[in-house]
Design a binder for this molecule. Structure first.
Ligand SMILES: *Cc1c(COP(=O)(O)O)cnc(C)c1O
Length: 395
């Protein structure tokens, strides 16, 4: 059989070079990359500041364990605390680890405060928090759980935007409410700001912790450093990964002092998390994200892309049923009988890479550094792709 396990099917396109928002495949074909490694390559490919930081660190020191002080890790943590609600940070390597660690921290907080019986989390339908056994159980997507036995206990799922259902699900065993401010894989659904505030109020009323999964929405993707900062609702714990180091594997758990204090020595750990290579690139990425005006440009680019796509959804109203999202996290709702996969494939034929999401949505998650040229090119490609799926018919 193929030496790579068939979990991803058998992708046929191979890229050999990336430059800014563009990727070049092994045949020399150029693609505009509006998938960005699934919201990872936030500064595009081979950003000179990231490349310099990685090379410089690689020549000095790659890895030491967390048995030693890692100055760049301390620096990154301090910067993240300055940029957010958090008082302390734990570094890991991926989104699912960040979320699983966040749930651990929520449970630990209650246990350390004399309530070990509070260990369950309320999560949302159509959520996605990663692929470990516990995080699969947090979302209970039947497609992801099939064949993996009985889901782990400790997660109670409620529908989105339904405070009655959520309040009904709260019991004396509830420790936390865990949500994505914009559901990504589930179909690019932004949660209403009023709902986020109601979640905060319910958490305060019942003594629960509010946990935000900003693995996909964080690090400038929506035009603020973290998506929840648009809403005024602040979490107690937040998981991040994807864009944090622009493609170097890295994740982080951000927490308030009250939570972080309970994660005492030995309660959690990681061999690779926060190592010098990851921290060099993460700090370099943050240098660019925090440049004056950078996030405003993300908002402006997002608005331009969104309005172009909105015009297309009027022009091709049989294919597109609307556009939603925030900043440069945008979903196009594809209308049956057309499919997101068919539209994405057609866009790829016109040189544009996108990603599918649940609910027949096609996602655009471009590098945050795109400009007018790339936006226009992407809108052109979607325009042609819509025309192509219509003329191809739908059966
Ligand atoms: C991608 C994603 C994850 C999982 O991240 P991995 O790095 O693949 O483990 C978790 N939550 C959200 C919201 C994501 O988008």
């Amino acid at each position: 059989m193929n030496a790579v396990m068939p979990t991803y099917g058998h992708p046929t396109v191979s890229f050999e070079k990336g430059e800014g928002a563009y990727l070049f495949d092994t045949e020399g074909r150029r693609y505009l990359d509006f998938a960005a490694g699934i919201a990872v390559n936030s500064l595009g490919h081979s950003h000179p500041h990231q490349v310099a930081a990685l090379k410089d660190q690689a020549e000095r020191l790659w890895h030491v364990s967390n048995l030693y002080n890692i100055p760049d890790q301390v620096r990154m943590a301090e910067r993240l605390c300055d940029l957010s609600f958090a008082d302390a940070v734990f570094f890991c390597n991926s989104g699912t680890e960040a979320m699983e660690g966040s749930v651990k921290a929520a449970r630990r907080f209650h246990a350390a405060n004399g309530h070990p019986e509070k260990w369950r989390s309320i999560t949302l339908e159509n959520s996605f928090h990663g692929r470990t056994l516990a995080m699969l159980s947090a979302s209970k997507n039947p497609k992801h759980l099939d064949g993996f036995g009985v889901p782990a206990d400790g997660f109670d799922i409620v529908p989105v935007h339904n405070m009655n259902a959520l309040r009904d699900a709260i019991t004396p065993e509830t420790a936390a409410i865990v949500i994505e401010p914009i559901q990504g894989e589930g179909g690019l659904l932004p949660l209403e700001e009023a709902y986020l505030k109601e979640l905060r109020a319910a958490a305060d009323e019942f003594g629960l912790l509010l946990v935000f999964d900003e693995v996909q929405t964080g690090f400038g993707r929506t035009g603020r450093m973290f998506a929840h900062q648009w809403s005024g609702a602040t979490p107690d714990i937040m998981g991040c990964a994807k864009g944090i180091a622009g493609g170097f594997p890295c994740g982080a758990i951000l927490a308030t002092q009250a939570v972080a204090e309970t994660m005492t020595a030995g309660t959690h750990g990681s061999t690779f998390g926060g190592n010098p290579l990851a921290m060099a690139v993460a700090n370099a990425t943050l240098d660019v994200l925090t440049e004056d005006g950078f996030l405003d440009t993300v908002s402006r680019s997002g608005a331009a892309l969104m309005s172009g796509l909105e015009a297309l959804s009027v022009k091709h109203d049989t294919v597109l049923g609307g556009v939603r999202g925030k900043g440069l996290m945008i979903g196009m709702i594809v209308q049956e009988p057309y499919t997101n996969a068919a539209l994405g494939a057609a866009a790829r034929d016109f040189g544009l890479l996108t990603v599918v999401a649940g609910g027949n949505v096609l996602r655009m998650l471009p590098p945050l550094v795109i400009g007018d040229t790339e936006i226009k090119e992407a809108i052109d490609a979607i325009d042609k792709a819509c025309a192509t799926v219509v003329s191809a018919g739908h059966d």
